[in-house]
Ligand binder design. Structure first.
Ligand SMILES: [Zn+2]
Length: 281
C-alpha cells in the first residue's frame, strides 16, 4: 500500500559562510557567530512566513541553536520538523568526526527529540547509520537517489534527496552518493539539490509534477540564504570570487518556493516516514 504523494520539502538551516570550506577550521564560537552577523536569527521569521501552512523538515546547524536558542523553538512552534544538519558545518563522511559532531549537538537536541539527520554536502558513509542510531536518530536523508526510494540500513531509514533518470536501473544504493560527476555520468540528474534549482527552476517544477503523478514523493533541499537576502559584504564578495561555482546557491529562490507551495502538497520527511511505516506495518 502507498500513501498520498507529496513534496518532501527540506531546508538545511545554516549560515552563509557554511558554503565555503576555508572557514571549516575556525572553531571559536564568538568568531563564528560574528561571521553569521545575525543572519540566521533574522531569516527564520521570514522563512516560516513564506512556508505559511505548508510543513517542512528544517535541518538545523547546531551552533545556531547555541547562538539563538529561539530558532529551534520557533521551528517547532510553527509545526515543522526540527532535524539535525550537523553541529559545525564541514564534511562529515568520516565516522569518527561525525561521532564527535553528534556528541557536540546532544544537549540541545534532547528536549526536541530530533529524529532526522541530513549530512553536510549530502555526504555520508555506510558506517554512519549504526552510529546515528546509537545517537537516537531514526532516519537520515543524506544520499542522492531516484525519487520514490526508501532504504533500510539496519534499523535506520534513508530517505534520499531526489534524482531523476530516464531509465530504470537496479543497483545497490550504497553510500556515499553525493552530487558528483560519477552520479551525473550514471545518467542521474539531482534535481532535489538547490544548486540545480538555481539553474532550472521551471524544469524542476515540471519534473516534480511528473514524479507526483507516478506516485513518488520527491525530496527537495533549500537553504535560508536562498529564501532571504543575506546582505552583501566585502567578505562574501571575496568568497564568491574565489568560489564562482557556488554563486548559484545565492540566487533568490523564493519565487520557486512560492510556485512549489501553490502547486503541490508538502510534508516533512518524518511525517512521510511515520505514515509509510504505519501503512506498511
Ligand atoms: Zn549544508
Amino acid at each position: 500500500m502507498s500513501i498520498s504523494p507529496r513534496v518532501l520539502l527540506s531546508i538545511d538551516y545554516e549560515p552563509v559562510f557554511a558554503l565555503f570550506r576555508h572557514y571549516d577550521h575556525i572553531r571559536d564560537p564568538k568568531i563564528r557567530r560574528d561571521m553569521d552577523g545575525g543572519f540566521t536569527s533574522r531569516a527564520i521569521d521570514s522563512i516560516l512566513d513564506q512556508l505559511g501552512d505548508a510543513k517542512a523538515s528544517i535541518y538545523l546547524v547546531g551552533e545556531i541553536a547555541e547562538w539563538y536558542p529561539d530558532v529551534p523553538q520557533k521551528i517547532v512552534d510553527a509545526g515543522h520538523e526540527l532535524g539535525l544538519h550537523c553541529q559545525f558545518h564541514r564534511p562529515l563522511v568520516n565516522v569518527d568526526q561525525l561521532a564527535d559532531d553528534l556528541r557536540d549537538s546532544q544537549e540541545w537536541r534532547k528536549p526536541f527529540n530530533v529524529q532526522g539527520y541530513r549530512a553536510p554536502m549530502v555526504g555520508i558513509s555506510e558506517q554512519a547509520y549504526p552510529l546515528l542510531e546509537s545517537f537516537g536518530f531514526t532516519y537520515s536523508s543524506s544520499i542522492y537517489a531516484p525519487a520514490g526510494t526508501l532504504l533500510k540500513k539496519g534499523n535506520m531509514w534513508e530517505i534520499p534527496v531526489s534524482t531523476w533518470r530516464a531509465r530504470d536501473a537496479h543497483e545497490d544504493l550504497v553510500a556515499p552518493r553525493d552530487f558528483s560527476f560519477k552520479l551525473l555520468l550514471g545518467g542521474e540528474f539531482p534535481y532535489g539539490s538547490s544548486f540545480s534549482i538555481g539553474f532550472l527552476a521551471r524544469r524542476i517544477l515540471s519534473i516534480i509534477e511528473e514524479e507526483l503523478k507516478r506516485g513518488h514523493s520527491p525530496v527537495i533541499i533549500m537553504h535560508p540564504y536562498e529564501l532571504v537576502d543575506s546582505g552583501s559584504s566585502s567578505r562574501l564578495t571575496r568568497d564568491l570570487i574565489r568560489n564562482p561555482h557556488l554563486v548559484p546557491f545565492l540566487w533568490d529562490k523564493s519565487p520557486f518556493l512560492r510556485d512549489l507551495l501553490k502547486s503541490f502538497p508538502t510534508s516533512s520527511l518524518r511525517s512521510y516516514l511515520d505514515e509509510t511505516v504505519a501503512v506498511n506495518g
